[in-house]
Design a protein around this ligand. Structure first.
Ligand code: ADP
Length: 548
C-alpha cells in the first residue's frame, strides 16, 4: 500500500510538472505569436503607406528585417524583398492572401520542416486591390526548448527528488495509523476507513461469540469425557492428540504429551492407535498398575478420507478376575467332585466283585455313605453359592431374630462340639435384621462349624449377638488354630483352604466362608476377620439398618 501511494504521488508530481511546463510553453508561444503578428501589422501598415507614396522604390529601400512581398490581385508576385519574382509561384492559394483579399487583412503561419523554423505572414489589402505581405521567421519550439533544456532538466530533477521525498513521507504518514490500528478495538483513523472498521468490529464480535461457543462446547466435551469411567482418546491423522480425558492421559504417559510420536507414550496404545490410523479397527490388552485395560481403536473417516482415530480404554480388571475365578472354580469343582466319586466307585466296585469280606461290608458301606454325604454337602454348597452370586433367591426379606437364630444353630452343633471337646459359650443379646432366614442360618452355621473344626481339644467357641452403635451384629470367636495374616483375604475365596488335609478330614468343602462372604453382600452387611495363628479367630458380621 505504501509503495502504491508512493508511486502515485511521484507520478502525480511528475505529471503536474510536465503539464504545467507544457502549458507554460503553450502560453508563451501564443503570447509570442500575438506579439509577432502585432509587429508585422505595424510594419505592414508603414509599408502600405510608403508603397502608396513611393511605389516599388520605397519597398526596395526598406531594411532587411522582415521579408516584404507585394502580390497582385491575381496572385502574381509583383515584388519580393528576398527572392526573384519571376521564379515565384502564384500566391493566390496562400491562406493569408485569400483572407486579405476577402476581408482586408489575413494572417497565417507555416512550419518548414527543412528549415526547422516557423514563418509568420501578415497580409494587408491595398486600396487598389493588391496585397502587401510582411513575413518573418521565428525560432521554433525546439530552439526554445534548447534554451530552457538545461534549467528545465535541473528543475525536473529537483521536482523529482522533492516529490520522491514528500511522496515517501506522505505514504508513511498515511500508512502509519493504519498499521498501528488496534485490531481488537479498532477506531476509524480516517473517515474513509469507517465502514471497514465497522466491519472489523462486527467480525470481532462474531469471532468472540464463536470462540465463546467453541470454548463452551470444549468444556462440555471435557466434562463429559472426564466423567467417563473409560479412557477416551481422540487423535488427528498424524497422531496428534486432539482430546484425551484424564484416564487416557494417565494410561498414555506419565507426563502430559501432545502426540503419539512422543517416546514417553505407552507402546501398546501407540501400536493399537497406529493400526487404527492406517484404517483398520484394533484391540489390545494392557496391564498397568495392577489393572487390566482393554484398548479399542477405531479409525475416524471424514468424507471417506482418513481423519484420525478414536480410542476407548475399558477397565476390565473385575471382568478379568471374574473370568479367572470362574475358570478356577470349574477346575476346582470337577476336582472336588471327583475325589468322593472315585472313592465311592472304588468301594462299590470292590463290593460288587465280592472282594470285601462279609465282616467289612458294614465298614465299606459306611465309607460310601460318608463320601456320598460329602458329595451332597459339596453340591449343596455349590448350589447355594451360585444362587447367592446370581441373586436368584426370590424369597422376600423378613425380620429375623438374630439371637434366636444363633441359639438354634448352636444347639444343632452342640453334638459336634462335644465330640471335639469344645466348649460353646454364648452372649446373645436380642437383635433383629431384615433378611433371608435360611441364608443367615447357613452363614452362622458355617462360622460356628469352622470355629469348632479349626479348634483344639478343650478350646472354646463364643457366639455373641446384639447391637453395636445401634447396628445389629453377630460375632463368632474361638481360641483355635487361627489364620496367618496373609491368608485373611484368601480364606473367603472358593475352595481355598489354609490346611487342605485338615479341612478334608473335617468334611470341609472349602466353600463355607465364600458362602458367608456372599451372604454378607446379599444382606448389605460388613464382614470382618480378626485372627492370628495359635491365638484364635473372630469373625464379625455388622448389618446396616438401611433397607435394600
Ligand atoms: P472349609 O469347608 O474348608 O472349612 P471354609 O471356606 O469354611 O472352608 O474355610 C476356608 C479355610 O479357612 C478353612 O479351610 C480353614 O483353613 C480356614 N478357617 C476357616 N475358619 C477358621 C477358623 N475359625 N479358625 C482357623 N481357620 C479357619
Amino acid at each position: 500500500m505504501r509503495a502504491k501511494i508512493f508511486r502515485y504521488a511521484v507520478l502525480v508530481g511528475v505529471a503536474a510538472l510536465l503539464l504545467s511546463a507544457g502549458m507554460f510553453f503553450r502560453i508563451q508561444l501564443r503570447a509570442e505569436e500575438t506579439e509577432i503578428f502585432e509587429r508585422l501589422a505595424i510594419e505592414a501598415e508603414y509599408a502600405k503607406n510608403g508603397l502608396a507614396r513611393g511605389g516599388k522604390t520605397y519597398l526596395a529601400g526598406l531594411p532587411d528585417e522582415s521579408r516584404i512581398t507585394w502580390i497582385d490581385r491575381d496572385g502574381t508576385v509583383l515584388y519580393d524583398s528576398a527572392a526573384r519574382t519571376d521564379s515565384m509561384e502564384n500566391h493566390l492559394s496562400h491562406e493569408e492572401i485569400r483572407q486579405a483579399l476577402e476581408q482586408g487583412e489575413g494572417r497565417s503561419s507555416r512550419f518548414s520542416k527543412t528549415l526547422q523554423r516557423r514563418t509568420f505572414y501578415y497580409a494587408l489589402r491595398m486600396s487598389d486591390g493588391t496585397v502587401l505581405r510582411v513575413s518573418c521567421d521565428h525560432s521554433n519550439l525546439g530552439e526554445m526548448m534548447r534554451v530552457v533544456a538545461l534549467p528545465g532538466a535541473g528543475i525536473l530533477v529537483l521536482v523529482l527528488l522533492l516529490s520522491v521525498f514528500f511522496s515517501d513521507r506522505l505514504a508513511r504518514q498515511i500508512v502509519r495509523p493504519i498499521n498501528s490500528l488496534d485490531m481488537d478495538q479498532p477506531r476509524a483513523v480516517y473517515p474513509e476507513l469507517g465502514p471497514l472498521v465497522d466491519r472489523l468490529r462486527s467480525q470481532n464480535e462474531t469471532i468472540a461469540d464463536q470462540m465463546a461457543d467453541l470454548r463452551r462446547r470444549q468444556e462440555e466435551f471435557s466434562v463429559l469425557t472426564d466423567s467417563m469411567r473409560e479412557g477416551f482418546l481422540l487423535l488427528g491423522s498424524r497422531g496428534e492428540i486432539l482430546s484425551a480425558n484424564h484416564i487416557a492421559q494417565d494410561l498414555l504417559a506419565q507426563s502430559p504429551v501432545q502426540t503419539l510420536e512422543d517416546p514417553a507414550c505407552e507402546q501398546t496404545i501407540v501400536q493399537t492407535a497406529r493400526r487404527a490410523l492406517k484404517g483398520s479397527r484394533d484391540e489390545a490388552r494392557l496391564n498397568l498398575n495392577d489393572r487390566v485395560w482393554q484398548i479399542i481403536a477405531n479409525p475416524v473417516r471424514l468424507d471417506r478420507a482418513r481423519a484420525g482415530a478414536v480410542l476407548l480404554m475399558l477397565d476390565i480388571t473385575e471382568r478379568d478376575q471374574r473370568e479367572r475365578l470362574r475358570r478356577e472354580f470349574s477346575a476346582n469343582v470337577s476336582h472336588e467332585l471327583k475325589t468322593p466319586l472315585t472313592a465311592i466307585s472304588g468301594f462299590a466296585e470292590l463290593m460288587k466283585e465280592g472282594m470285601v469280606p462279609p465282616e467289612q461290608v458294614k465298614e465299606f458301606a459306611g465309607d460310601i455313605y460318608d463320601q456320598s454325604r460329602r458329595l451332597m454337602a459339596l453340591v449343596e454348597d455349590i448350589l447355594d453359592l451360585s444362587r447367592l452370586e446370581e441373586n436368584t433367591r426370590p424369597r422376600p426379606m423378613t425380620q429375623v431374630d438374630l439371637s434366636a437364630l444363633a441359639g438354634r444353630v448352636m444347639r444343632q452343633l452342640e453334638p459336634v462340639a462335644g465330640r471335639f471337646s469344645i466348649r460353646l459359650e454364648q452372649e446373645l443379646a436380642p437383635c433383629t435384621v431384615l433378611g433371608d432366614e435360611s441364608i443367615l442360618e447357613e452363614m452362622l452355621y458355617n462360622l460356628i462349624d469352622n470355629a469348632i473344626k479349626y479348634n483344639r481339644p478343650g478350646g472354646w467357641v463364643r457366639v455373641s449377638t446384639g447391637l453395636r452403635s445401634s447396628f445389629p451384629f453377630a460375632c463368632v470367636a474361638d481360641n483355635g488354630i487361627g489364620i496367618p495374616p496373609d491368608e485373611h483375604e484368601r480364606v473367603f475365596e472358593r475352595f481355598y483352604r489354609v490346611d487342605k488335609s485338615r479341612s478334608r478330614a473335617m468334611g470341609g468343602t472349602g466353600l463355607g466362608l465364600s458362602i458367608v462372604k456372599h451372604g454378607a453382600t446379599y444382606h448389605n452387611a460388613r464382614l470382618s476377620l480378626d485372627s492370628a495363628p495359635g491365638k484364635g479367630s473372630r469373625v464379625t458380621l455388622t448389618f446396616s439398618t438401611e433397607k435394600h
